[in-house]
Ligand binder design. Structure first.
Ligand code: HEM
Length: 388
């Protein structure tokens, strides 16, 4: 039996700032070490990182590997590890496994499938157009990371869920607070977003929040339903926000030699940007529920396992085929269709309504930063001139 190589001194979870053109060297180092690599986990002990595409897909389908934080190594501090409550304390798509996860997934899936999201296409384009037009009004340079990338996905989500749009600022503040290290900040941000989500559940409200209420399993409490809505808002904002920055930077980088604004080339730009700069560089934590063998290595029960999405997506030896930007298996991103439409919509609107938009600083001067842990990178600023 082999032992997975241990990469001492390599910290995949460190905070960092680097240029948009500079790849994170950690992913190449992990990949070079082998298909399964041991590193020091932020909450103590070892973690196992999967760097091989085929092995990753096996792991993401393996019923012996759980998402329930109850299976985390004994002694792991929930806050240091960035874990949710256990599935027993707070059942959610991201903490449940097996039939209970599948049941909750069935309640959500029809609301966010390709057909339902396609029906919202005009509305989503209109939101992108309205927000960009407001920002363009004073004809000066504007930072889209400050004024657009958080606001746009939140406006879309609140609109879809049937939550009044005058809550957007409050939602943006709470999403920001979710990333704070201050004690209690995360708990109060979850409570604020869950409370705000409840305003989509009033008798006269129409939208996906009310539809989800009518579809969740009968044993779901009000508090659990609100948490499901919180999870959609937070998961939908965090990732799309980061993706928008990188996408818009790439879309504007080649002006005035822009490719034609046809749907195929826009879709390729979106997919390629997500592949190379996945907003979730790793999956969320998973834990072995029993001793298992992976890539010839014996992992103990309660071993923490991650898939290196970014490393696998950017592997020069990667064979053609679907990438892992939205994960794989039963926990594949439930908001993928929505995210793709939001990203395509903004690219289209920029090209059709703001044909002279350009970066206000050279592309290579854009900086990306991560706050560490499992967080992906986000541009620190994206100064653009919308009227060129
Ligand atoms: C570009 C944007 C997005 C990216 C890159 C992304 C990425 C991911 C990834 C990689 C996973 C799987 C995590 C794992 O297996 O551990 C995931 C799950 C999830 N995503 Fe997204 N996501 C995006 C947008 C969204 C949006 C817009 C929503 C909400 C509408 C959303 C809601 C969720 C939820 C609820 C899960 C958990 C699903 C489950 O465990 O069954 N995501 N996402």
């Amino acid at each position: 039996m082999l032992n997975a190589p241990y990469l001492k001194g390599i910290d995949p979870f460190a905070a960092a700032v680097r240029s948009i053109t500079e790849p994170d060297p950690v992913h190449a180092a992990l990949r070079a070490a082998g298909p399964l690599v041991q590193v020091d986990a932020p909450a103590g002990g070892r973690a196992w990182i999967v760097t091989d595409n085929a092995l990753a897909r096996e792991v993401l389908l393996d019923p012996r590997i759980s998402k329930d934080p109850a299976c985390a190594p004994p002694g792991w501090d929930r806050y240091t590890a960035g874990l949710e409550q256990t599935a027993a304390e707070q059942p959610s798509l991201t903490t449940l496994d097996g039939p209970e996860h599948a049941e909750l997934r069935r309640a959500h899936a029809p609301l966010l499938n390709a057909q339902r999201i396609h029906e919202q296409s005009d509305r989503i384009h209109a939101i992108a157009r309205k927000l960009l037009t407001e920002l363009a009004a004073d004809r000066t340079e504007t930072d889209l990371m400050a004024g657009f990338t958080t606001r746009y996905p939140l406006t879309v989500l609140l609109d879809l869920l049937g939550i009044p749009l005058d809550h957007v600022d409050q939602a943006a503040d709470a999403c920001g607070q979710m990333l704070s290290n201050q004690p209690g900040a995360q708990g109060s941000a979850i409570a604020a977003l869950a409370e705000l989500a409840a305003s989509g559940l009033g008798d006269n409200r129409q939208g996906l929040a009310a539809e989800l209420r009518d579809r969740v399993p009968a044993h779901t409490t009000q508090e659990q339903l609100r948490y499901h809505l919180f999870a959609l808002i937070f998961a939908g904002q965090l990732t799309t926000d980061a993706a928008l920055g990188t996408l818009i930077a790439h879309a504007l980088a080649d002006r005035p030699h822009q490719p034609p604004a046809d749907e195929v080339s826009i879709d390729e730009l979106v997919r390629e940007t997500l592949r190379q700069h996945p907003p979730a560089p790793f999956t969320l934590w998973r834990f072995t529920t029993t001793e298992i063998e992976l890539a010839g290595t014996r992992l103990p029960s309660r071993a923490p396992v991650l898939v290196d999405i970014q490393g696998i997506n950017t592997d020069p030896a990667r064979s053609p085929g679907p990438d892992l930007a939205f994960g794989a298996g039963p926990h594949f991103c439930i908001g993928a269709q929505l995210a793709l439409l939001e990203l395509r919509a903004v690219t289209t609107v920029l090209r059709t309504d703001f044909p002279r938009a350009c970066l206000a600083i050279p592309f290579t001067e854009l900086q990306q930063a991560t706050t560490g842990g499992l967080q992906g990178s986000r541009l620190t600023a994206l100064p653009v001139t919308l009227h060129g």
